[in-house]
Unconditional design. Sequence first.
Lengths: 148, 148
Amino acid sequence: MISKKTKYAINALVYLARHHKEHEPIQISRIAESEHIPRKFLEAILLDMKNAGILSSRKGKTGGYYLHKTPDEINIAEVMRLFDGPIALLPCVTHNYYERCEECKDEATCGIRSVFADVRNETVNMLKNATLQAIMDRSEAMQKALEK
Amino acid sequence: MISKKTKYAINALVYLARHHKEHEPIQISRIAESEHIPRKFLEAILLDMKNAGILSSRKGKTGGYYLHKTPDEINIAEVMRLFDGPIALLPCVTHNYYERCEECKDEATCGIRSVFADVRNETVNMLKNATLQAIMDRSEAMQKALEK
DNA sequence: TACATATCCCATCGGATTAATAGGAATTAA
DNA sequence: TTAATTCCTATTAATCCGATGGGATATGTA
């Protein structure tokens, strides 16, 4: 399961992508209200995403947050890694956080490892393709399909 | 990431599958030593798997654990669910533990949900196919490939 | 300049979960 | 009867998660 932090982050990002107007900052409290996220909690989340280069912000009156990249350049894999760490289910199949299994006798021929490596690759692929743009497109397509 | 409990469980299962001789129980301590799992911890893990119908046991002297099903009937999805709960990354895309997202406005057209539903389906598929037999086969295939 | 309103930053908190251990009851073969 | 094993309950230390509080800092506007 992903953490609430990650879920909130994704919801906030999609909100920002939907209301995206050329560097027009949107305030934390507006996002918090609309997406039903605890105000103070969201504050920390957005700040983290700013420091990670996903968002930009303006301080002071009329301040707020906006996307630092375009909606098709921000994907869920990036967000999940930021808040929940590695996407892989085993440390021995992560790329960025690799750690050997203490109990492992031979990594090169470990059947368990090879299963979880496949799962990781497939998952990362799907989550990388899941950009904010892709999410909005999907949502729209589903709406149209229902209207018929 | 899967818990150590799940990882230990899988390692123990593969060990049992490899040393599988028609209802011949293998002792906890033997598995613990060979797989480098804390003895007492493994005790609880094997007991859980017995209560879940994956293992059988014999008590008393010459007692121990053995597979209750054949190696191709036991898969990783089942083990993960037992110890770590749902495989899905969001509660709104699980089959057995479904829970609505509080903040969700319309589940039927939620783009986020549809992404995580895809991931769930793909992952469950792969993990269901990852039986103890399949793991042993993979391992053997990799060994042969290296010997060349 | 003063003020209102934002983000930024740090510290803390209760509760849940995880990994592991301890101690002893129940069972069974020899 | 005894030795060896699984079974069962309780406890622990450490860590993480979700959330909150208070105040420092920046900035547009009257």
